[in-house]
Every structure is written in structure tokens, then in C-alpha cells.
Design a protein around this ligand. Sequence first.
Ligand SMILES: Nc1nc2c(ncn2[C@@H]2O[C@H](COP(=O)(O)OP(=O)(O)OP(=O)(O)O)[C@@H](O)[C@H]2O)c(=O)[nH]1
Length: 444
Amino acid sequence: QSTQALNYCVDTNWLPYEGLQDNRHVGMSRDYLDLISQYSGLEFNLITTQSWVESLQQLQNGNCHVTPFLNQTVQRSTFLDFSQVIFKAPNVIITHSEGTPIPNLAMIKTEKVGVVKGYRQHEHINKYYPDVPIYEVPTEQAGIRLLAAGDIDVMVGSMHTIMEHIQKNGLSELRITGWIGLDDELRVGVIKEYSHLVPAIDQAIDQISAQQHNDIYRRWNNVKIIKEVDVWLTAKIAGPILVLLIFLLIRHAITVRYRNRIEEKNRALESLQSALKKKNDRLHYLSTHDPLTDLYNRVQITAEAEEHIKRKKRGINECSLVFIDIDDFKHLNDYYGHNVGDAVLEQFAALLKRCARETDIIGRWGGDEFVVLCPGALSSEAERFALRLQKELDQAQFAQNAMVSCSIGLSEVSADDSIDLWLERADNAMYQAKSAGKHCIRAQ
Ligand SMILES: Nc1nc2c(ncn2[C@@H]2O[C@H](COP(=O)(O)OP(=O)(O)OP(=O)(O)O)[C@@H](O)[C@H]2O)c(=O)[nH]1
């Protein structure tokens, strides 16, 4: 093993084979050179250049002693000796997917073919296809872009590096359509002055295992770039969908918020409506009922009586009116007090309800006066009710054991009646009862 240090140059832009990134040597040739150094003991110092053409010049003028990954050509053999082949891959033809696919260089007539300046495909085409019009490009990447832009018709290059450029630049419109009849057979090139080192390099290459070859290939030809392109494409498709989704989510959230608010307001409105209905019902009740006894008031009794006069006029049915006045109520009030008077009025109303039929209409006319309308009843039937009432009253027990009696006037509705006349007759009858000593019944 030798410990000799050698300067080396590389192609600056030929990934995944090799390239310079931040003036550091990267790519497959970097891994191979490390293994060769490890197995041969040779040391390699990178001389940075701006391009492959400059690297070739440095090799020609002796500043660079070695280049790790290049094809052997007649011209290059004039100043370099070559190791055995380290890596092999086809050189391919690339066209635009919309153009005619070109499987080999013999098919080319007038198409402009891009070839990287200084690459050995130049020598190959000149030698075997002298009529093909060559268009020199500075790098494979530049050539690929010119092809995508339609400035050249065909590009030739190394399969792996070309694929890397296509994927990296997202140029999915380009296709590999053929083979130029040439393979990359990449070797270490050593300038003539150091050609005695070639056997040591060959021995080192022999020691590189199949597994190590595989690992290097995989490391530099993985699908990382494709994944990046996929991510970009996915973002392009998913971006608008995401924006739309966010818009729909925001709209949904706003709609839900407003719907909740409206529902809240509706609930408040419903509760207000229900409270209003209760109040209206209460108002209606108060306008038709007496609050102390819960019986109909004078207004409602009058309306009901008028209805029965109309029915009588139409000959539908009879109706009798029972006018009731509690006897000596003033005295009861004076003796027991107004509260007891109220209690007696309530108890009297309850007694009326008990004695009356379900169809009878009972009301408080005012003060200690009550009216019962007995639909369908003739005066005689109304009298039976009045007698039942007097009897119940005699047996009833009132607050403070107060003695309560009443005078009752009856009148049957006639077809000529007005409400005043009908009431007047009943009232007169009641006064007759009073005049007769109270606690009795009279009819008119
Ligand atoms: N406690 C109470 N007393 C009332 C109410 N409304 C009227 N009164 C009283 O009832 C009494 C009615 O008396 P009057 O109509 O003068 O006659 P009376 O004492 O019953 O005598 P007669 O009718 O001749 O039997 C009055 O003193 C009224 O003040 C009431 O809601 N509660």
C-alpha cells in the first residue's frame, strides 16, 4: 500500500454520479473514491473547479492527477490511463412526450441533438453518426431545460443523471425513448505521469463487494427526488382542496353559531309568547269572571242570557233565570266582619255549583246577588233547583256558623223578551220574595 497524496478533479454537475455542493465532492464517485482510498492507502485531495471542461483542463495540464468517474475515449486516452470499469449504465435518448419517440440515433435526420460539451457522446456521435446535427450544451441539466422549452429536439445523456434532472425539475413532459448504442463505463482516470498507480487502484476496485456496489447505487439513486416532486404535486392538488375545506369549515361554524343564536332567540320568543298567552288568558278570565267566587261576572251572564233569548226567539229551547239575593247580608258583614262576609260569599258560590246542573250557567250579579241560567228549563223546573238550593242552604255550615238564607225570584224566558225585561221580571220576583218575609221563592 502507498501513502501517496493525489489531487483529483470531478465533474461539478453530474449527479448522481458526481458533483460539487458547497465545494464538497458528493455523489457515487465520492463513495467509490473513499473505498479506493481505504483499500489502496492512496490519499486524494479535491481540486475544485467550475465545470467539467475546467476539470479536464486541470487534468491535461497536470494540476489534477486523478478523476474518479469517467468514460474512456480515444481522445482522453492521450493524457489519461484508466482503471477497470467501476460502474456501468446506458446512455439514453430523451425527447419531448409530444414529439416522435426516437429509439436510436439512426432515426435522427434534422432534429437538433443536445450534447454536453466535453462529454464523450460527442466523440461517439461524430464517429458513428456524422450527419446528426449536434447542439452543444454546458450541462445535462441545461440541455434538459432547453429540451423542455422546445429549443432542441433531442437530448442525449447518462440514464441515471438524466432521470435525476427530470425528476428534480419536475419535467414530467420529457421521456426516455431510446439508447444511443453506448454505455457509461465509468473508471478512474489517472494522468500518464501517475499511471504506475493504476494497478493499485484496480486492486482496490476488486475489493469492493457487490453489497458495497449496491449500497452506493441505492444511496445515490433513491426516490428522494421523486418523493419531493410527489409532495409538490400533492400540495398543488391538495392545496385548493384544503382551502375549500377550511372555507367550508368556517362557513359551517358561522352557520352553526347563527343557527344557535336564532334557536336561542326563538326559545326566548316562545317563552314570551307563552307568558303573553297566559296573561291574555288571565285577562280574558278576569273580563268574564268574578275573582272572589270564580263564577261568571255580570257581563258574561248578560251575554249568555242574550244568547238564550235568541235561541228562544228561534224556538230552539226554553230557559229560566234564577235571581238570588242573600238575606240580611249587610248585617252579617257588620256582625262578623267583611272577611267572614267574603268567605260566606265563596261558600255560597260553591253551594250554587253543587246544586246546579252541569248545563246551568252560574254568575255573581254583584254584591250578595247571584244569577243562575237554567237552559232547557221551564219555570217549574227552575223552581225545583231553587227549592234544592234552599234545602241545602238550611243544612250548610258557614264560616263562624253564620246563618245564611236567600230570597229567590224566577222568570222563564219568552220570545218577546229583551235582556232587561227578562231580568226585571226575575228581580221583581226576588223582591216579592223579600217582601214576603225573605227565605222564599217567587216567580214572574
Ligand atoms: N263582604 C262583602 N260584602 C259585600 C260585597 N259586596 C257587597 N257587599 C255588601 O253586601 C251588603 C248588601 O246589603 P244590601 O243589599 O243593602 O241588603 P241586605 O243587607 O242583604 O238586606 P236584604 O237584601 O234586604 O236582605 C252591603 O252591605 C254591601 O256592602 C263583597 O264583595 N264582600
